[in-house]
Design a protein around this ligand. Sequence first.
Ligand SMILES: Cc1ncc(C[n+]2csc(CCOP(=O)(O)OP(=O)(O)O)c2C)c(N)n1
Ligand code: SF4
Ligand SMILES: [Mg+2]
Length: 298
Amino acid sequence: MSVTLDETEAAALAHPIAPFLRMDRMPHIWCPTCGIGTVMKCYAQALGDSGINLDKAAIVSGIGCTGRVAGYMNLDAFHTTHGRAIPFATGLKLGRPELLVTVFSGDGDLSGIGGNHLIHAARRNMDLLVILVNNFIYGMTGGQNAPTTPLTARSSTMPYGNFEPPFNLPHLAESCGASYVARWTCLHTRRLTKSFTEAIGRKGFRFIEVIAPCSTLYARLNRLGTGFDLMRFYHDSAEIRHGGDTRDVGIAFQDKIICGKFVDEERPAFLELMYNHYSKVLGDKYVPMPAEGGWLHE
Ligand SMILES: Cc1ncc(C[n+]2csc(CCOP(=O)(O)OP(=O)(O)O)c2C)c(N)n1
Ligand code: SF4
Ligand SMILES: [Mg+2]
């Protein structure tokens, strides 16, 4: 039986995730078996599960293959400059405190060029949900070494294997002050969706790292097979350790991947701290930012 293009398009539009996506922007740019689309699908599903009004959700990405996500989501979306998604999102959250502001970007974007913003947003317990897709490499620009490339793994700029120690991102986020820290792979679609849904409902700096294959560059340079082979590897190598000590969750090349929710603490978040402080020192003179933004809307 042959399927026509019209039938394929109709089936795509009828998909439960379609209302969360800008279907007019499909097909997406990602390579077959790249993991980013799966992570985006889990996020869309979590938005639906959380019941949030989509007019109250905004998404901010930097540059990279993962950075394309903002452009595909049917939300108020901002595709910002490389490494600057977190400061942009911070400004947005301060100006429109009632919004759920999600940063969705890559390991290079958020922990390389944007690493300084990452640590300071965590330190402030800024009210942001940060989803970092870690494919161990700079995907979009040709597979250069990233701050997440495991020791000995090959990249286009380390053809004889990486000798720079990589970041252990959950530990970095926790030690800087993040109040929610989790890691999953894109094979763990149900757990990942649940984690996103849970984090949507929290305040403060919520950091979720998702290990996902760059099947075109990282897998090819390291002869790891196809994206499907990587999914099999995730299946065999992932170990779930809720509450695990983040000091022990660093990733070695083709070794086990510790997943789970590592941190979930109730701590005063940035907006709450700011409100309490100014209310105390300024009293009635303090006018907090109202919902729907401030003076720009008067
Ligand atoms: C200021 C600046 N420097 C460098 C680049 C080139 N650049 C674009 S994307 C990227 C790396 C993205 O890597 P990552 O965030 O891991 O995303 P991925 O493509 O792997 O999803 C780089 C270096 C740029 N666009 N702007
Ligand atoms: S280059 Fe890698 S990260 Fe980018 S779309 Fe292709 S598989 Fe995904
Ligand atoms: Mg990357």
